[in-house]
Design a protein around this ligand. Structure first.
Ligand code: CO
Ligand code: CO
Ligand code: CO
Length: 344
């Protein structure tokens, strides 16, 4: 793939202005007006902003379904495909489910980009699905000036073992399985502001499946779980706190952050989505006065294919099991009585 072709991927996304212009608050207002299905087999719908929907088939078996797609955040089409697939699969793992099948969702400008780029995006997605043990059954594509790619994923889960973002209990400890800051880093890549090592680390983090962590969670359980994506750590933490009627307390020093992401945030080089996330969550968050704007921004950074955020009363055994499975895990805080979020 020539550099010329590749560079056009993210610049196309930018020129058409398709970076999300809708803030997290606005979006949930609109979604909140939709009517939940009255079908009693619907176990988890969209009303709790959970990662995926769950529909019961038998007393022992439920379907778990999700869909995610977006414009390129990296220039290499194969890498974009792999990241989009890892991101879509993540919502199944975050519910404690096992993904089985996927359908490609694709928008592509066949008149302005070579079909070779399209083939590479799909190959990246297919390889990532294969790594997850997921069969790609087909998909749907449309012509669009901005490429977009993702997957609709279907999995299974036991109806009594669903992990929602709303089940945390007071005293639970909070675990996180990936560093945060990839939104800042991908913006830094586009602006030529980060090191090759920083770029490689961001891409490796986004392309990494949450499979190993998800398998441990499905086996051991937890009180609540979600994956960190577009609303950032604080946005997803806020949903967990609100859904569980609790307060989240985290320590900034305990949160794993890509160093270069923090430097970019402090240099006022944050993506628009991250700025909007912080503006939205500030009403729920009490920050220690010592935390500067860069530190606050990085906690709100819009992630693509972020890690799992887990609330559990068995943090020591869960951490040990995650580490034994090869998952890096950080303890970042706990859930307490109250509401909102405190960052110390
Ligand atoms: Co999610
Ligand atoms: Co999602
Ligand atoms: Co969930």
């Amino acid at each position: 793939m020539s550099q010329e072709q590749a560079v056009r991927l993210t610049s196309l996304a930018k020129s058409a202005g398709c970076a999300a212009k809708v803030g997290p608050g606005q979006l949930s207002q609109v979604l909140g007006r939709l009517q939940r299905s009255a079908d009693p087999r619907l176990l988890v719908g969209f009303e709790t902003n959970d990662d995926a929907g769950v529909f019961q088939l038998t007393p022992e078996l439920a379907l778990v379904q999700t869909v995610d797609f977006f414009p390129p955040m990296v220039d290499d089409p194969y890498t974009f495909g792999a990241i989009a697939a890892a991101n879509a699969l993540s919502d199944i793992y975050a519910m404690g489910g096992t993904p089985l099948t996927a359908l490609n969702i694709l928008a592509f400008p066949t008149k302005t980009l070579p079909l070779e780029v399209l083939a590479e995006i799909l190959r990246g997605g297919a390889d990532k699905a294969a790594e997850a043990g997921v069969a790609v059954l087909g998909g749907h594509s449309v012509e669009d000036e901005v490429p977009k790619y993702g997957m609709a994923v279907t999995g299974t889960i036991h109806p009594q073992r669903i992990l929602t973002n709303a089940g945390a209990q007071a005293g639970d400890r909070l675990l996180l399985t990936k560093r945060i800051g990839v939104g800042l880093l991908t913006t830094g890549i586009k602006r030529g502001l980060i090191s090759p090592e920083g770029e490689r680390a961001a891409i490796a983090s986004m392309a990494q499946l949450n499979k190993l962590a998800g398998e441990v969670l499905a086996r051991r359980g937890a009180h609540a779980c979600t994956d960190i994506t577009g609303f950032g750590l604080l946005g997803h933490l806020n949903e967990m706190a609100r859904g569980s009627n609790l307060r989240a307390e985290i320590r900034f020093a305990a949160v794993p952050i890509f160093e270069e992401a923090l430097a970019l945030a402090r240099a006022d080089e944050a993506p628009g989505g991250t700025e909007r996330n912080l503006a939205y969550v500030e009403q729920f968050v009490t920050f220690a006065e010592t935390l500067d704007r860069g530190q606050r921004l990085v906690l709100a950074d819009a992630q693509t294919s972020g890690g799992l955020l887990i609330a559990t009363n068995e943090a020591d055994t869960l951490k040990a099991d995650l580490e034994a499975a090869g998952v890096t895990v950080w303890e970042i805080g706990r859930m307490v009585e109250g509401s909102g979020i405190t960052v110390a």
